[in-house]
Design a protein around this ligand. Structure first.
Ligand SMILES: CC(C)(COP(=O)(O)OP(=O)(O)OC[C@H]1O[C@@H](n2cnc3c(N)ncnc32)[C@H](O)[C@@H]1OP(=O)(O)O)[C@@H](O)C(=O)NCCC(=O)NCCS
Length: 218
């Protein structure tokens, strides 16, 4: 695990993603103070062996911690980010199996899980989540708060907009631009540019009826 933090880690969001990050932190010997979640009163007292400490607003009580937003949909991740103290520090988590031989930039707060590959001249923004087996090839740009689910493949020069969600095993043709706040269904093959805010699925992918993007895509 590569991580930028100097202090202990505080996870925001009692999610499956948080439980995926916890073993990485343990493997790297990084202390985790616990998890913050606004649903804390309904949750069990611990998640993956660390305590559920309270609501997101209690982050200010842990000034030495570095935060990590573990919330699947990027729109929700961005909304929670907007509620945090502007001076908050964020960890960046990169599984040791990630391949990024060209040293492409990975923004603060991003989480790259096992087997992610980034080839050359690509850019990963802040608070991006790339799940296992994602491939980001040359000249791609993935904007802040985007989520790439397991097995997503981006051809060369693809642009992924802010807080966009690409479902499992979606493939995107080289040079395609996907707008902000888009949801792409699992298994989609995206051949054309996708406008902001739309939901696309299928092979070849086309628009589905609008859906609430704050809900985690299932
Ligand atoms: C695209 C998606 C967001 C749509 O979810 P939804 O809004 O709840 O839509 P529904 O399941 O009601 O399906 C609406 C229609 O789209 C079709 N559809 C849904 N997902 C599809 C997909 N991935 N590919 C092709 N068609 C799909 C359904 O068959 C349905 O068609 P119909 O109207 O002809 O019956 C969702 O199916 C999806 O693919 N989510 C990604 C999940 C994922 O990868 N998660 C990662 C977790 S780690």
């Amino acid at each position: 695990m590569t991580a930028s933090w100097g202090g202990p880690l505080l996870l925001v969001g009692a999610s499956g993603l948080a439980r995926e990050v916890l073993p990485l932190a343990a493997e790297a010997g990084r202390p985790v103070l616990g998890v913050l979640d606004d649903r804390h009163a309904e949750l069990p007292p611990s998640l993956g062996g660390v305590p559920v400490l309270g609501p997101v607003s209690s982050a200010a009580a842990y000034p030495d911690a570095e935060l990590l937003l573990c919330i699947g949909p990027g729109v929700s991740r961005a909304a929670v980010y907007g509620r945090l103290d502007p001076g908050s520090r964020f960890a960046t988590v990169v599984d040791p199996s990630v391949r990024n031989p060209a040293g492409c930039p990975v923004g603060s707060g991003s989480i790259l899980l096992a087997g992610v590959t980034i080839t050359a001249d690509a850019y990963i923004g802040e608070h991006v989540v790339a799940m296992p087996g994602v491939t980001v090839t040359h000249d791609c740009a993935v904007a802040d708060f985007a989520t790439l689910a397991a097995g997503v493949s981006l051809g060369g020069g693809v642009r992924v907009g802010q807080a966009t969600y690409l479902g499992m095993n979606a493939a995107v043709r080289p040079g395609v631009r996907i707008g902000a706040g888009v949801v792409v269904g699992m298994g989609a093959v995206v051949l054309r540019d996708v406008p902001d805010g739309e939901t696309w699925a299928g092979v070849p992918a086309s628009a589905l009826a609008p859906r609430p993007v704050t809900e985690a895509p299932r």
